[in-house]
Write a protein that binds this ligand. Structure first.
Ligand SMILES: Nc1nc2c(ncn2[C@@H]2O[C@H](COP(=O)(O)OP(=O)(O)OP(=O)(O)O)[C@@H](O)[C@H]2O)c(=O)[nH]1
Ligand SMILES: [Mg+2]
Length: 468
């Protein structure tokens, strides 16, 4: 046995190990928070993202996603997730809806699930090129019921503060048709009385019906507690059976008030906190999907409430830059994209107005975030196109219409959508007939290919820098 040979082999092994270690440290993990209230389009977005990256990643389809345009994306596939205790996002099931004949939207989400994509790419330049030929970016995404996101702001509230905020919304004339019976029942409720489970349960049921009606008929996002609507495995548990009350009188030990307050506090501690800590504290990048058109359809009260809810929710995430060492243990979101989703339902010429409106809705947030060193952008997108734009000649002029099949129709129609306002309108400026942006089925996939608006810009902003 020659000492020389052993040393040489050992050296080679060491070199390989070093190369692998360096390679591993160059492979990066990015956790992307796809944030949005119920119905904002999170599930459709994640499904479209997987579809485009795994089977439609070409420069005609994603021209503004540098790694694709420069033909450096080698391949992308779903890989086993690191979190073993969360169900896997069922991409196949969700995409079956979008690609179906006729196509449809995937159902609303009822539980948390996750998915990891591995993007294998060639580096454009720099240190990476000298170390290895290709690298991998692991992109982690989670999908969850939007109702659960609405609960996060409760963590910063007392039962009294929450009750007041919630009753303010419920007594707004825009929503009182749905909340009347609860508000009437509340008038007969005496919180100072000793605990009576049957009374509490009855009112909790009426409150729950109110939330269901609001969910079905409005785009209101302050539907708390979210687990009352999507209970997961908490259906029927007292921890989700609380409701807001007007404060009056003394609340002694063993009173109805004390019982409701302790349910509220237990909900925060045992339901929201773990959900927040486990899933919402460790993101690197954030996409905030906003259904601006839905809020406009609903009217000024919903638009104002959406603005407030976005403010409350966005502030629950940890934003700002942190050093490499800190990032390993306590990541912070350093890029946020606010996106007005479903923009294909407005004429192509009006999409900029939607961006400006969203920008105005979120300007305070944007300012805060930028101040903490976060890169922020605002755009209008449609992760899945449901309409095509169509120009219709009328006399000397051209009408910019959309063509698609509305959810309420069996036929395709050409529709002239209303013009979205560029600014937040006051109640007096609001058009008397309101807005009526239609919702459409997804547009049929031509040869199995989905279409999008600015999904490539979205990807470039959110992860483009990780793929250089
Ligand atoms: N035009 C258009 N409509 C969309 C798009 N994405 C979603 N929608 C519409 O919005 C609805 C809700 O989309 P989802 O993806 O289920 O929304 P979500 O945020 O996952 O909702 P929850 O699971 O309830 O939290 C769909 O049924 C469609 O009607 C899109 O990219 N374009
Ligand atoms: Mg969903």
């Amino acid at each position: 046995m020659s000492v020389r040979r052993v040393t040489h082999k050992a050296l080679e092994k060491l070199q390989n190990t070093a190369q692998k270690t360096l390679q591993r440290s160059l492979d990066q993990h990015v956790k992307l928070a796809v944030t949005g209230f119920s119905g904002s389009g999170k599930t459709a977005f994640i499904t479209a993202l997987v579809k485009h990256l795994t089977t439609q990643a070409n420069s005609q389809n994603l021209p503004f996603f540098d790694v694709v345009r420069e033909q450096r994306l080698i391949a992308c596939k779903q890989v086993p997730q690191t979190a073993l205790d969360i169900p896997t996002f069922d991409y196949t099931h969700a995409s079956t809806y979008l690609l179906g004949e006729p196509p449809n939207w995937p159902p609303s989400t009822e539980r948390i699930n996750t998915l990891t994509l591995a993007l294998k790419f060639r580096s454009a330049s720099g240190l990476r090129q000298h170390v290895a030929n290709d690298h991998t970016l692991y992109l982690e995404l989670i999908d969850y019921p939007g109702e659960w996101l609405m609960d996060l702001p409760l963590l910063n509230m007392t039962y009294e503060q929450w009750s007041k905020a919630q009753l303010d919304v419920l007594s707004n004339p825009a929503f009182s048709t749905f909340s009347d019976s609860f508000l009437a029942a509340l008038k007969t409720f005496d919180a100072t009385q000793p605990v009576d489970m049957s009374v509490l349960n009855e009112l909790a049921d009426i409150y729950s019906d109110t939330l269901i009606k609001l969910k079905q008929n409005t785009k209101l996002s302050q539907l708390q507690p979210g687990r009352m609507l999507i209970p997961g495995d908490l259906a029927g548990a007292p921890i989700v059976q609380f409701f807001p009350i007007a404060m009056h009188g003394e609340h002694g030990e063993g009173s109805q008030y004390t019982q409701l307050e302790s349910r509220f506090e237990a909900y925060k501690k045992q339901v929201i906190s773990p959900f927040y800590k486990d899933y919402f504290c460790a993101f690197d990048r954030q996409l905030v999907l906003v259904d601006v058109l839905g809020a406009l359809n609903d009217g000024p009260a919903t638009l104002a409430q959406t603005k407030q809810a976005l403010k409350d929710t966005v502030s629950m995430f940890q934003h700002g830059k942190s050093g490499l060492f800190q990032r390993l243990f306590k990541p912070k979101i350093d890029k946020v994209l606010f996106a007005a989703n479903k923009c294909d339902a407005v004429a192509i010429t009006e999409q900029d107005s939607l961006t400006r409106l969203l920008h105005e809705l979120l300007c305070e947030q944007e300012n805060e975030l930028k101040f903490s060193g976060v890169e922020v952008d605002t755009m209008t997108i449609s992760s899945v196109k449901s309409c095509q734009s169509k120009q219709v000649k009328e006399g000397e002029g051209i009408l910019h219409c959309v063509y698609g099949r509305p959810l309420t129709e069996s036929q395709y129609i050409t529709y002239l959508p209303p013009e979205p306002p560029e600014h937040v309108l006051s109640a007096s400026q609001w058009p008397q007939e309101g807005f009526n942006f239609l919702s459409f089925y997804p547009f049929p996939a031509y040869q199995g290919q989905l279409d999008h608006i600015r999904l490539d810009h979205t990807l470039q902003f959110l992860i483009g820098d990780k793929l250089t």
